[in-house]
Write a protein that binds this ligand. Sequence first.
Ligand SMILES: Cc1cc2nc3c(=O)[nH]c(=O)nc-3n(C[C@H](O)[C@H](O)[C@H](O)COP(=O)(O)OP(=O)(O)OC[C@H]3O[C@@H](n4cnc5c(N)ncnc54)[C@H](O)[C@@H]3O)c2cc1C
Length: 403
Amino acid sequence: MAKQYDVAVIGAGAAGMMCAAIAAQRGKRVVLLDHATRLAEKIRISGGGRCNFTNIGAGPANFLSQNPNFCRSALSRYTPQDFLGLVKKYRIAYHEKHKGQLFCDDSSEQIIQMLRAECAAGEVSWRMPCKIGSIEKSETGFHITAEGGDIACDSVVIATGGLSIPKIGATDLGYRIAKQFDLQIVEPRPGLVPLTFDGPSWEAFAPLAGIALEVEVSTGGGKGKNKTQRGHFREDLLFTHRGLSGPAILQISSYWEPGTPIVLDLLPEMDVAEELISSKTTVKKQLGNVLSQWLPARLADGLLVANGFAPDMRLADMADAKLRKLGDAINRWAIVPTGSEGYKKAEVTLGGVDTRELSQQTMMANKVPGLYFIGETVDVTGWLGGYNFQWAWASGYAAGTSV
Ligand SMILES: Cc1cc2nc3c(=O)[nH]c(=O)nc-3n(C[C@H](O)[C@H](O)[C@H](O)COP(=O)(O)OP(=O)(O)OC[C@H]3O[C@@H](n4cnc5c(N)ncnc54)[C@H](O)[C@@H]3O)c2cc1C
């Protein structure tokens, strides 16, 4: 005999716990299933262990999707202030770090315990760790085969997240269930991920690992796309042994298309060519010394070598045309990444269940009444900075109030 519930939520991560708590507190009999042995590992490791749980400025413009308007409804009905209200209710101390990003003062474990308490307040039943077998439509709803016995329920909410960090339990179950019910998928790919470079053009930069500086970055590809569609960020860049990382690169990686360049402005406050040309007659220094007034010295030398300049050339001896070329290499450095560090290092998965298949009010599949998809499984991906959790809370709330 299958055990009867109103709602089964598959995946006890950020979105799944929020959805289960909301539905259960409305009086629904809810069971929450997850195959992991440790609860909500992604929340635990998030924000360097302090969980950047929301961004006070979160709005539709901070998300990527084939349908950028899809997230609008859910985000407006469960806002960063709503989640903050919950955080305050549980007396979790927090602080704003940078650009509206809110972090726990102490530990992300507090967010996990808060969500767990919210589930307990609604008497959510747990099955964890629990292997999921199959999910089939039945005459009255759905039939789930799972470790611990079969489940019969009116609604199923899929909250199994994306593919990033497979070693802590990410799987493609959400996409497989979507395909099983004939729903379209936007091809998943890693997002918020370091970019890698190899080949001779990168040789001069390989020894620069550890150098960090604030830059502006955008994607160079995508003719006809406006600034928003190309992505444009001012954040820190970090040179690594295999390529580039840091917030600037993680942000732009979500917009980057393989085979196209990213464009970096290493000195966004300065028109480098103009500055060099105008100081030619007064500054007697070598080029390397001039640039290292503004850039880390190792980076200045690396850039000069990569662009065919000797660092000991005297600025006064340089033709204006050459200085313009050098200025371009610093203010508009276009480089084509070889690839990315992949799901092993990606913070999120772009793509997922096509939003055209879902109701933007409820997150229910239009052609499968009672089947819902929430969180990262859906083709809605936030920027770095607390946006992805805000989507998890908001989409979880939308489904939780509808099931
Ligand atoms: C290192 C790192 C740091 C991050 N930091 C931040 C941050 O500070 N701020 C921010 O906003 N976002 C951050 N993110 C992104 C954020 O963690 C995710 O976007 C968010 O957790 C997605 O929520 P979700 O509920 O959709 O999926 P998840 O939280 O990933 O939950 C999915 C759940 O489904 C379960 N599951 C998966 N497959 C199966 C299966 N086959 N059977 C049963 N259960 C299954 C998993 O065990 C998991 O518990 C970070 C991500 C990473 C990897």
